[in-house]
Design a protein around this ligand. Sequence first.
Ligand SMILES: C[S@@+](CC[C@H](N)C(=O)[O-])C[C@H]1O[C@@H](n2cnc3c(N)ncnc32)[C@H](O)[C@@H]1O
Length: 153
Amino acid sequence: MPSTRESRNQTRLQLDSGQLDLTGLVLADADEPAFRTSLGALWSGDCMDVLPMIGDEVADTVFADPPFNLGKEYGDRSNDMRSDYLEWCYGWLAECIRILKPGGSFFVYNLPKWNIPIGAFLGTQGLEFRHWIAVEISACLPIPGRLHPSHSL
Ligand SMILES: C[S@@+](CC[C@H](N)C(=O)[O-])C[C@H]1O[C@@H](n2cnc3c(N)ncnc32)[C@H](O)[C@@H]1O
């Protein structure tokens, strides 16, 4: 017997059997998405394999919530303890800038430690800094029990 949430999700999937038209958004030889509805498409893979399949200047908004390099366990397809973390970030950040339309918005969610160099990098790539959005995360820390950044509001 499916739970209420499962049955709600199944109903939603049955209602949305459409397929977003990806023509002009991804390259002609792009992999098929793992999941697609009329609202969007989802690929499962390394971001540096998936992002290059997306065309130039097609996205109004990019939101990135990368691993924070805290050594968190995300499964064997991910490394969350990189000595080259910022270099790795600069690679996918450059891909995100490439797919962003002129005037588009780029949201990067990370710790202040990483957002400071990441923000500086984005400035060198021609993006204009607009806002620093602080969230209070003490109730749901990335790794419970660890020190975490705090902001005065
Ligand atoms: C901070 S979590 C973000 C979770 C996501 N926002 C969510 O709500 O489910 C970082 C995510 O990045 C994924 N990840 C790590 N390395 C990746 C890579 N090279 N390419 C794509 N995703 C990666 C991890 O598996 C993890 O799901």
